[in-house]
Design a protein around this ligand. Structure first.
Ligand SMILES: *Cc1c(COP(=O)(O)O)cnc(C)c1O
Length: 442
């Protein structure tokens, strides 16, 4: 086949053009996706560095590659900062994502065929905690048998007593849980770590707390302290409420250090995205300096947005518990439209969020593509400096689309206008470059 230089060049330019379009799109939109954030320009600088072209297999100081003198120092700084932020005895910054960190925990603490307890997806569980039948990582990759926690839908919390009875039953059937996974993707209220740890101890199981969503809140001492409450390990993504690069991390105790290190390398990573490790070190320094304030602001904003939506006829769930204690709220929009339609219409208006299964979908067996709810996170808008006043305004804009069913195009203009005043990242040492500025280096 003849190679067409011209066609290749067109595609090359098209990709770059699409990247710039994406930046413009986000600059002019309000992003409320609960699992994302916008990192500081310093983190973006690290991501563009030569670290991303290198290998450093092994542990700092014991590498299998040459050329690591600066890389080692950065990784040691990331580890040290992680220990300070989370008061952890052991930190591994090599997992390249939250799912890989979970796989490390599954590998270190359980064997194929073992039983693991986890939350069902409509109760906030994550696919990486899922069973084989649903294509979940725990089942597919590690061969774990996943049993779900008993859940109190009225209060959106694990029903500890019913779970204890379930674990007793499982153990009588020879399926003693080896692993108790906590943490969620719709993480509204702290989990009962102490209580689950007691159950785990009775049966010789380990407790792993997946802090992917709430890592930034924990860093700001605003949610719960899973290590002190009894978790054997904490896994996390570093790019949700912790506004770092997309990466993963494990926090644990010295007694598990050797086991965890070995499963991460050579078990699960070869290169470990050194540019992201550098970005993570920067994000952790920012967390140490600024997250007490940032995390408090996030929770305040989440509650304010929930209240303002509620007053405008959007059924935000768990009002009797104050809606949320985190960055996330969930709303049942089914009396207006299904979650899919809400997501699409809001995106046209420049408000980006996800449709989501909510507890009642579990009973109704709703199709996951058209769930009853939406999930909203305020960590990104908070990072841009928005406060209570903007939360009320955002609630008004959302209600115009969902409750009043206004043409999304009409709302779009006001979204753009509002967003203009919020173009710089806060809670960072430096942020001269705009949050969504496209950086050309070619
Ligand atoms: C987002 C999420 C993850 C996955 O994180 P990645 O970094 O995307 O691999 C794991 N667990 C929970 C609970 C999550 O919400």
């Amino acid at each position: 086949m003849e190679v067409s230089l011209e066609l290749a060049r067109q595609k090359f330019h098209r990709v770059l053009e699409l990247l710039e379009s994406h930046h413009r799109f986000f600059r002019e939109s309000i992003s409320l996706v609960a699992s994302e954030n916008v990192p500081s320009p310093a983190v973006r600088e690290a991501l563009a560095s030569d670290f991303g072209n290198r290998y450093a297999e092994g542990w700092p100081g014991e590498r299998l590659y040459a050329g690591c003198r600066y890389i080692d120092e950065v990784e040691l700084l990331a580890i040290q900062l992680g220990k300070e932020v989370y008061e952890a005895e052991f930190v591994d910054v090599r997992p390249i994502s939250g799912v890989v960190a979970n796989m490390a925990a599954y590998t270190a603490f359980a064997q194929p065929g073992d039983t693991m307890m986890a939350l069902a997806i409509p109760h906030g569980g994550h696919i990486s905690h899922g069973k084989l039948k649903w294509g979940g990582t725990a089942g597919v990759v590690r061969g774990l048998e996943v049993e779900r926690y008993e859940f109190d839908e009225e209060n959106y919390e694990i029903d500890v007593d019913a779970t204890r009875r379930k674990v007793e039953r499982l153990s009588r059937e020879g399926k003693v849980p080896k692993l108790f996974m906590l943490g969620a993707s719709v993480f509204l209220f702290p989990h009962p770590v102490k209580e689950i740890k007691q159950i785990a101890d009775e049966y010789g199981g380990k407790v792993v707390y997946d802090a992917a969503h709430v890592a930034g809140l924990i860093a700001g001492k605003r949610f719960q302290d899973p290590l002190r409450e009894g978790a054997d390990a904490v896994t996390l993504s570093t790019h949700k409420t912790l506004a770092g690069p997309q990466h993963g991390m494990i926090l644990s105790w010295s007694r598990y250090e050797e086991e965890l290190k070995r499963v991460v390398f050579p078990g699960l990573v070869s290169n470990h995205h050194l540019h992201a490790v550098a970005g993570l070190a920067i994000a952790l320094a920012e967390a140490l300096a600024f997250y007490r304030e940032y995390a408090s602001r996030i929770v305040e904003n989440a509650k304010a947005l929930a209240q303002a939506l509620y007053e405008r006829g959007i059924k935000v769930l768990y009002e009797h518990r104050g809606f949320t204690e985190s960055h996330t709220l969930i709303a049942d929009v089914s009396e207006h439209m299904n979650g899919y339609e809400a997501e699409k219409r809001l995106e046209e208006a420049g408000i980006i969020l996800n449709r989501n299964l909510i507890p009642k979908d579990f009973r109704l067996k709703t199709d996951y593509r058209t769930p009853s709810g939406v999930r909203i996170g305020v960590q990104e808008v908070t990072r841009l400096g928005m406060g209570r006043g903007e939360m009320v305004e955002i609630a008004e804009l959302i209600s115009r689309v969902i409750v009043k069913r206004e043409e999304p195009g009409k709302v779009r203009e006001r979204v753009r206008e509002l967003k203009k005043g919020f173009q710089h990242v806060k809670y960072a040492f430096t942020s001269e470059t705009e949050a969504y500025q496209y950086i050309r280096i070619r």
